[in-house]
Design a protein around this ligand. Structure first.
Ligand code: SF4
Ligand code: SF4
Length: 153
């Protein structure tokens, strides 16, 4: 677990605002955002090739405020390590932390317009970076396994 971890309610409020903003962008741009059939395949980050039927070779990067938000809602003791290529919160193909999932999970869709996704990712990243600056948290942009293993280790 991260040493000195403390819940900062203002920080959590800001994270919720970003997630709400992101969800709104996705809802208001449904053509570009793509339709997800919730198969859960993209939660395995070592899939063989891009495509909804085959898995994905993509990566999910997360920032400290996103992990803090997850930990505050699940309880820090329930933050799981990630020993395999599959997100540990994907169980039986379903996301078990859907309400608290990361920005990248909200943005990514295998059927989305890639420019739209990139723009949204950049905007979200800037917002999370500004939270780090405001609350004096060291900024890190880590792939999911590194971030979860560091937090839970
Ligand atoms: S948090 Fe949920 S949506 Fe995101 S990678 Fe994990 S299981 Fe998938
Ligand atoms: S984005 Fe694609 S691969 Fe990921 S859960 Fe949705 S349909 Fe499945």
């Amino acid at each position: 677990m991260v040493a000195g971890y403390q819940v900062n309610h203002q920080l959590l409020k800001r994270a919720v605002e970003i997630y709400n903003w992101l969800d709104l962008q996705v809802r208001n741009n449904s053509e570009l955002a793509g339709k997800c059939n919730v198969c859960g395949k993209c939660c395995d980050f070592d899939g063989p090739a891009p495509g909804p039927e085959q898995g994905f070779g993509h990566r999910l990067f997360v920032t400290p405020p996103e992990l803090m938000y997850l930990a505050a809602n699940l309880g820090t003791e329930n933050v799981k390590a990630m020993p395999t290529s599959r997100c540990p919160y994907n169980i039986g193909g379903k996301c078990t932390v859907y309400k608290y999932r990361f920005a990248g999970c909200r943005i990514f869709c295998c059927r989305a317009d890639t420019d739209f996704q990139s723009r949204l990712s950049e905007s979200a990243l800037k917002k999370f970076k500004s939270i780090c600056t405001e609350f004096r948290i060291p900024y890190r942009y880590s792939d999911l396994a590194t971030a979860l293993n560091r937090f839970a280790g």
